[in-house]
Design a protein around this ligand. Structure first.
Ligand code: HEM
Length: 224
């Protein structure tokens, strides 16, 4: 009973952290899309500078890291518990409720985790640890801000990076498609009447997020 209870507690924490990460993905996408609307990169750099220096956002950033850490550790733990509970080689017949993506949450999750490490090395570490981002010069005038935008533009000129990014985002989309409705279920918010609506919302969310992020490298690669 205690094992079951703790599994349920883990699921609840996992879903809350997952939903929190989903909100973060929307905010992050909104900021990234600024790059498409302002070729000078001023808009993007001003917002990136704000996000990188505002004290409240700096605190919030640690909440976000904690959210990722909790989600990942619980996801891996729950999966290991599942593998131990279910003898190896024993194939459970997929129920009609099982979607294709639901069976690969740990696999898509681990690929996202690898993507996150690369993403951090490329952006966060360069900005926060190595301080290796050039200063943003606007119309010949130094602005005192880092040119985060040029970093994105340079990376998205490499075809291997663009392809890797798109593949990672498609995999994130698969994770999110199942995750959305699964989170509601874990929180006990499932209902014959509303579940199809939540599933539909999950499809829309994952498609919008995936396409929204993918458009950025494609736009930069083909226009810059
Ligand atoms: C931005 C990134 C991510 C978001 C927005 C996200 C979101 C979610 C959400 C909302 C769920 C549903 C939770 C539930 O069923 O109660 C979920 C499930 C899951 N996530 Fe993530 N996730 C992300 C990254 C990751 C990473 C990096 C891992 C690494 C291992 C991971 C592993 C899992 C696993 C294994 C499940 C299934 C848990 C289960 O069904 O018991 N996720 N994710």
């Amino acid at each position: 009973m205690s094992v079951m209870y703790s599994s349920i507690t883990k699921k609840i924490w996992m879903s809350l952290m997952g939903l929190f990460l989903m909100i973060f993905l929307v905010v992050h996408l909104g900021i990234n899309l600024l790059l498409l609307f302002d070729p000078t990169r001023e808009l993007f750099n001003v917002v990136a500078h704000f996000m990188g220096t505002n004290p409240i956002i700096q605190i919030f950033q640690w909440v976000l890291f904690a959210g990722f850490a909790i989600h990942i550790v619980l996801g891996i733990t729950l999966q290991i518990q599942n593998w131990i509970a279910r003898p190896k080689g024993y194939k459970v017949k997929a129920s009609s409720e099982d979607t294709f993506f639901s069976r690969y949450m740990i696999h898509t999750g681990i690929i996202i985790m690898i993507f996150l490490i690369i993403h951090f090395a490329n952006f966060f570490f360069k900005a926060k640890i190595f301080h290796s981002i050039p200063e943003f010069i606007l119309n010949g005038v130094p602005t005192g801000m880092e040119d985060m935008g040029i970093l994105v533009v340079q990376l998205f000129q490499l075809p291997e990076y663009v392809i890797g990014y798109i593949v990672a985002l498609l995999i994130l989309g698969f994770h999110l498609d199942h995750a959305f409705q699964s989170a509601f279920q874990s929180l006990g918010l499932s209902h014959k009447k509303y579940t199809p609506f939540i599933k539909g919302l999950g499809h829309i969310y994952s498609i919008v997020i995936t396409l929204g992020y993918i458009i950025i490298p494609l736009f930069i690669y083909f226009t810059k």
